[in-house]
Ligand binder design. Structure first.
Ligand code: PBG
Length: 326
């Protein structure tokens, strides 16, 4: 055998493998999604997401402190509200004195150095469980923008650093940017959920928030899993409208979309390693069918290799602990 080129030479020792390593996962890449509930001293594990909890604000602050000590810098908070706080127009979503906005204010005042990200969409506050206003079974686009704008304003005022519109209404990035700029919040960033697919991988998240649609599905606003070119249209629009960062969601079944956005645009690309992806690995690890830590790191690395600059992941804390040990 006379092979001049032998790729195995570059794999022959740990030292050489480390030298030629093209991609890596760092704690700096992570944004940790957190679930907030009312009350004090409350910590409820989400059944389909072992190791992930809904916290009352006092315990959420402790959780953030632990994560900051592990080096995590980005956090994204989602509110989980009782049905009594939900209505047709998601009014709780822009209630300055409501649980979510008060919590953002408190988090930012205790941890001024973190990157605090929010969620903008109607579903946690909507009695219909949809991301937009529902009228006769239709999701209204332009009317929804007004509500999203109000949510953006109170979140910015509470001190959020990055706003994350996750609703997929047309024109929302431009609308929110305009509302923010006119109110003087020119420094507040927008990370748009650019290519958000109508995916079955959001199941555990909807359990966590009790936010599943009351009727129908989200296919008239979230993208079809069959499409990739459409992601470029969404990205063109979001960037034109002022998005600072773009996102692909879910991540694992959509690595090709992450790569495509990374190759075609210069803004940072985020991968949202969603609840179902977390649940899937945890379940297999619990059964002893997979090595949980190894598949976690391999999965996160695959997102970096595909081109993600940032990863929103429920694994953030666990991975940060592991990275610290290495
Ligand atoms: C809703 C929203 C969803 C997620 C983040 N924001 C669910 C949905 O669109 O129904 C899912 C996140 C996850 O599954 O981890 N605006």
């Amino acid at each position: 055998m006379f092979n001049t080129r032998r790729p195995r030479r570059n794999r022959k020792s740990a030292a050489i493998r480390a030298m030629v390593k093209e991609n890596s996962v760092s704690v700096n890449d992570f944004i940790f999604p957190l679930f907030l509930i009312e009350g004090t001293n409350e910590k409820q594990e989400i059944e389909s997401m072992p190791g992930i909890y809904r916290f009352s604000l006092d315990l959420l602050l402790e959780e953030i402190k632990e994560c900051v000590e592990l080096g995590i810098k980005g956090f994204c908070v989602f509110p989980s509200l009782g049905d009594d706080k939900k209505d047709k127009y998601a009014t709780e979503g822009y209630n300055k004195d409501g649980l979510y906005i008060q919590a953002l204010r408190k988090i930012k005042s205790q941890f001024p150095d973190i990157a605090l990200m929010t969620d903008i969409a109607m579903d946690p506050y909507s009695s219909d469980g949809h991301d937009g206003i529902v009228e006769n079974g239709e999701i209204l686009n332009d009317e929804t923008l007004e509500i999203l704008g109000k949510m953006a304003l109170v979140q910015a005022e509470a001190g959020a650093d990055i706003l994350g519109p996750s609703d997929m209404m047309d024109g929302r990035v431009g609308y929110i940017r305009k509302v923010l700029d006119e109110a003087g919040y020119t420094h507040v960033s927008i990370m748009s959920y650019t290519a958000k697919y109508a995916s079955a991988f959001y199941g555990p998240f909807r359990d966590a928030l009790d936010s599943a649609p009351k009727f129908g599905d989200k296919k008239t606003y979230q993208m079809s899993p069959a499409n990739s070119k459409e992601a470029l249209i969404e990205a063109d629009l979001d960037i034109e409208e002022g998005a600072d960062m773009i996102m692909v969601k879910p991540a694992l079944a959509y690595l090709d979309i992450i790569k495509s956005l990374k190759d075609n645009y210069d803004v940072p690309v985020t991968a949202y390693n969603v609840s179902g992806e977390y649940a899937m690995l945890k379940a297999a690890a619990e059964k002893g069918w997979l090595d949980g830590e190894k598949v976690m790191m391999e999965t996160l690395l695959s997102m970096k290799r595909a081109g993600a600059d940032i990863i929103l992941t429920y694994f953030a804390k666990e991975a940060a602990k592991l990275l610290k040990k290495q």
